[in-house]
Design a protein around this ligand. Structure first.
Ligand code: GLU
Length: 470
């Protein structure tokens, strides 16, 4: 501390989900620490005891881990609640030094005096010299004139006239510190040099900067407020409306590398034309000074396309490894013993070029491992028309005797289709539905080859029986 060593912190309030905006802040902080050879501190701001659960902290730690910010690589977690005494002590010091005063004004009394206008506190108790006591909050005495200038690496130097900053509450009547103070006390005592956080905290910053000075800091930290994240309607991302939980992306099968790369684009861009760049490039080029202050659009479609691109860039072996969790219990809908690694490997490359998120692998290959084809009723109704029953019977007869290899199976169906006046595309439909249960999927003949003759013939026969009633 004081040595010029960069120290940043990520200070989430646990809410039960890990917000993608938090993920971006964490990455920005992480990169600043990495680039400067400094420290990254995880501080969990868990002071709102009414909405807090220990497992939420575990969720934060595991989400960070997924992003490559792993325990052991940073300081903490420090639970803010464990520092409540320090916060209280700071509040008492502010009072003792005359920088804060007790106030017993009720909301109603204030509204009566100020005519209900949302003008903030009017300073009524400033010079009443109240002692601490029940119903008395502690307010910080803000300067009457002058201006507080916030130097922000992303937003320039916003100025806040001090007369517009009300005497704000720093501690509640029970002596506990509010967020504004606890957050500053922790940053100050932990030697934090850079506060990098969401734009929604910019309005807190002049108040917090005044607290830094009041608590004896030589200088405030370097501030950097990263841009708000909005949806396609330009509305701030909301937990109720938008898919904001990092966990849901993880569970759907987004690759952490894709997610990290995409999150970095929310306010920043790597040098050059390419948006998809290796993490090493990001680590060697990221600079807070290049972050744009304008709102950043979280484009789920683009993220998905990005992820598909990352999947395409894996080797087949890496792809097989990456989808493994979706192909095993408890995610997979088939019996674990039914999984056939060779059959899957035969189709892996074809699947790899078609999935955008890893969970899409399941409906693509489930026909291989489920005992019966998972028939989709709408697909069935559409495909099983006209000469479907006769066609299935003929295909069955032919497939019973020819070589079990994709090209031969294709040539065979082409020929059978022609006999029924159907082009290959049309002739495929009933076969595909009978065998895979669906109207879309991996290339049909490779699928049949992987499934094997016996099961294919059985499903063709069963479908025909279902169509003809026996
Ligand atoms: N706990 C605050 C939040 O999650 C963060 C405050 C900060 O980073 O200074 O919004």
């Amino acid at each position: 501390m004081g040595s010029g060593r960069v120290r940043v912190r990520f200070a989430p309030s646990p809410t039960g989900i890990f917000h993608v905006g938090g993920a971006r802040s964490a990455l920005f902080n992480w990169l600043v620490a990495r680039r400067a050879g400094g420290d990254f501190v995880l501080r969990v701001e868990d002071t709102d005891a009414s909405r807090n659960r220990p497992e939420w902290t575990d969720g934060i730690i595991s989400a960070l881990d997924w992003l490559g910010i792993s325990p052991g690589g940073y300081e903490g977690p420090v639970l803010q609640s464990s520092r409540a005494d320090r916060h209280r002590a700071a509040a008492e010091r502010l009072h003792a030094e005359g920088l804060a005063y007790y106030c017993d004004c009720t909301r109603e009394a204030l509204a009566e005096r100020t005519g209900n206008a949302q003008r903030g506190y009017d300073g009524f108790c400033r010079d009443r010299g109240l002692a601490p006591g029940p119903g008395r909050a502690l307010r910080f005495r803000t300067p009457d004139d002058g201006v507080t200038i916030v130097e922000d690496l992303i937003r320039g130097t916003p100025e806040f006239p001090n007369e517009t900053i009300e005497d704000f509450v720093v501690a509640r009547a029970d002596g506990s510190a509010v967020f504004l103070l606890a957050n500053v006390v922790d940053d100050l005592e932990m030697g934090i040099t850079h506060v990098i956080r969401g734009e929604e905290h910019l309005s807190n910053t002049p108040k917090q900067q005044l607290l830094w000075a009041a608590l004896g800091a030589d200088a405030p930290p370097v501030w950097a407020h990263v841009p708000v994240i909005v949806n396609e309607k330009r509305q701030k991302l909301s937990k109720r409306r938008d898919k904001v939980a990092l966990e849901s992306y993880r569970d759907e099968g987004y690759l952490p590398a894709a997610m990290k790369n995409y999150l970095m684009l929310l306010g920043w861009a790597p040098p050059g034309e390419d948006e998809i760049v290796p993490w090493e490039t990001i680590e060697s080029t990221f600079d807070l000074a290049d972050v744009k202050p304008s709102p950043a659009f979280f484009d789920e479609k683009k993220l998905k396309a990005f992820n598909g691109e990352y999947i395409r860039r894996l080797s087949v072996a890496e792809f097989i490894e990456a989808v493994r969790p979706w192909l095993s219990a408890p995610a997979a809908p088939w019996e674990p013993a039914a999984f056939d690694a060779d059959a899957f490997a035969a189709l892996a490359l074809l699947a790899q070029s078609r999935v955008s998120v890893l969970s899409e692998i399941v409906p693509m290959v489930d026909f291989l491992f489920l005992p019966e084809a998972p028939i989709d009723d709408a697909a069935w109704a559409k495909a099983m028309k006209g000469p479907a029953a006769e066609l299935l019977a003929d295909v069955h007869d032919l497939y019973d005797k020819i070589e079990w290899e994709a090209e031969t199976l294709k040539a065979g169906l082409t020929e059978v289709g022609e006999r029924h006046g159907l082009k290959l595309g049309k002739a495929q439909a009933p076969v595909r539905v009978a065998v895979t249960g669906r109207s879309v999927g991996l290339p049909l003949f490779e699928s049949l080859e992987a499934l094997g003759r016996e099961t294919t013939l059985r499903r063709l026969a069963e479908a025909r029986e279902r169509l003809t009633g026996g």
